[in-house]
Design a binder for this molecule. Structure first.
Ligand code: DQA
Length: 150
């Protein structure tokens, strides 16, 4: 069975109470339930990991090779700052989809640059929690087409 690692970066544990106008009312556990449902429906396995700690995210991705066939990641603020996260994704070498709840291209200037986008298979922004589901669907379709699997 195809296994996908889903990563939520810093401050996403605060969803539901954090800047609701931008990020909506759903909590992270509620979003995770939607992700798990979609994974079940499309018959793939998912492991979901959230951390506020850049090092923990880097270490988790560092161990992904051979264990997961794809990575779905909302790197949150580290999108715009982290060469370490970029290097971890490059070294894992697995197809990666970057997602954001908000449209990072129509916010502050500093959010327009992503250290991940040019090494990602694709990017989904601006659809709130649906960004995760659309990203997962695209990633799974890609992996099934490519015949990925353990
Ligand atoms: C975010 C966008 C980032 O710029 C921000 O730092 C976040 C959330 C999003 O999902 O829209 O924490 O990744």
């Amino acid at each position: 069975m195809i296994k996908i690692l889903v990563i939520h970066g810093p401050n996403l544990d605060l969803l539901g109470s954090r800047e609701q106008k931008l990020y909506g009312h759903l909590t992270l556990p509620e979003i995770n339930t939607q992700i798990r449902k979609m994974a079940q429906k499309t018959k793939v396995g998912v492991e979901i990991f959230q951390s506020n700690d850049e090092g923990k995210l880097v270490s988790k991705i560092g161990k992904a090779k051979g264990k997961y066939q794809g990575l779905l990641i909302n790197p949150a603020a580290y999108t715009h700052t982290s060469v370490a996260l970029r290097d971890a994704i490059l070294s894992a070498g697995i197809p990666t989809v970057e997602v954001h709840l908000s449209n990072i291209y129509c916010r502050e200037e500093f959010r327009r640059h992503s250290f991940i986008s040019d090494i990602a298979l694709g990017q989904v922004v601006g659809f709130g929690p649906d960004s995760y589901l659309l990203g997962l669907e695209g990633l799974v379709n890609y992996l099934k087409r490519e015949g990925s699997g353990p």
